[in-house]
Design a protein around this ligand. Structure first.
Ligand code: 5GP
Length: 304
């Protein structure tokens, strides 16, 4: 009588192999989702290797779904357009489908590289975001620094249209109503700040790099509106250094300093949400690293 079920020892080995294969595929998907590996690189590895490799045994649907910014509906549409069946695995595609998928992924990556010119610089209070972005404005004229609108009054030396567009509440409300703001937020529980969209779109269309220096809430809103943006978190060299900078600049009274330090703790805890982290040891060096991130190819985004 032939055995219909494998002996128990084989079943255990098969189960272990299945778990290992699933883990391998999950690692590939996570790397694509985290942008440390491009989907095209995964597909090419699948086609160069065995169909049983993690890349080869990954379903096309899963590969596409792990690309940041593509939802399941879009994935279904792309697969229909490419003529790839729902259950197909990357390593199981025929020559024609490989070419179609490869071309589609390459075109998307080229577009992504262009769009990745939008960089958001955020970080805790007093870390030196303003100093780094001013350094970029003065030393990298090709970078378009977005000028935010704010309802707060100008400080001495601040120029309307250069540092901010200083507007009143009615004008800020109008900008929201007319959908002129990419994002906006009330910062430090007091004034409203927002990123005007038309100048940003114009600069991106001209192929220029755009830098937004905004708060954490704003960074999250930009991520939701434009998933292709690169989010950079500026870190102080140490916590003590952050405290020293905040107290040293003397622009806030003791109560406000304490409040901002509490906020800084919460903000520092959000650093893992970012694509890259830059430590502000030295302004010129930090500025150079931020500008480099604007031109880095897709997988080079994570420099943390
Ligand atoms: P300040 O009033 O000291 O110039 O800026 C206060 C905070 O507002 C900073 O953390 C700055 O990053 C943030 N900020 C400036 N412009 C914008 C903006 O357009 N949107 C958001 N969400 N935050 C902004």
């Amino acid at each position: 009588m032939p055995r219909l079920t494998p002996p128990p020892v084989d079943r255990a080995a098969a189960a272990r192999a299945a778990v290992a294969a699933r883990r391998g595929r999950a690692a590939v998907k996570n790397a694509v989702a985290a942008r440390t590996r491009s989907a095209l690189d995964v597909a090419e590895a699948a086609w160069a290797g065995e169909p049983t490799s993690p890349e080869g045994s990954l379903r096309v649907r899963e590969l596409l779904t792990s690309i940041p910014g593509i939802g399941p509906t879009r994935v279904a549409r792309i697969m229909t357009e490419l003529g790839i069946a729902e259950s197909k695995r990357v390593g199981g595609l025929g020559v024609r489908q490989r070419r179609l998928l490869g071309d589609w992924l390459a075109a998307r990556e080229a577009k992504g590289r262009l769009r990745s010119r939008l960089v958001v610089l955020a970080g805790p209070t007093a870390v030196g975001k303003g100093t780094v972005s001013t350094y970029i404005r003065e030393n990298y004229p090709d970078v378009h620094l977005s000028v935010s609108a704010t309802t707060r009054a100008p400080r001495p030396g601040e120029v309307d249209g250069v540092h901010y567009y200083f507007v009143d509440d009615a004008e800020f409300d109008r900008m929201i109503r007319d959908r002129e703001l990419l994002e906006y937020a009330t910062v430090h529980n007091s004034y409203r700040y927002g990123t005007p969209r038309p100048p940003l779109d114009a600069a991106l269309n001209e192929g220029r790099s755009v830098l937004l220096e905004i708060d954490l809430q704003g960074a999250r809103l930009v991520r939701a509106a434009m998933p292709e943006a690169v989010l950079v978190f500026l870190l102080p060299p140490t916590w003590d250094e952050l405290v020293r900078r905040l107290i040293g600049r003397g622009t806030e009274d003791a109560t406000e300093q304490q409040r901002r330090l509490e906020t800084a703790k919460v903000e520092l805890a959000a650093q893992d949400e970012f694509d890259a982290r830059v430590v502000n040891h030295d302004v010129a060096e930090a500025a150079r690293e931020v500008v480099e991130l604007m031109t880095a190819p897709e997988p080079g985004r994570t420099r943390a």
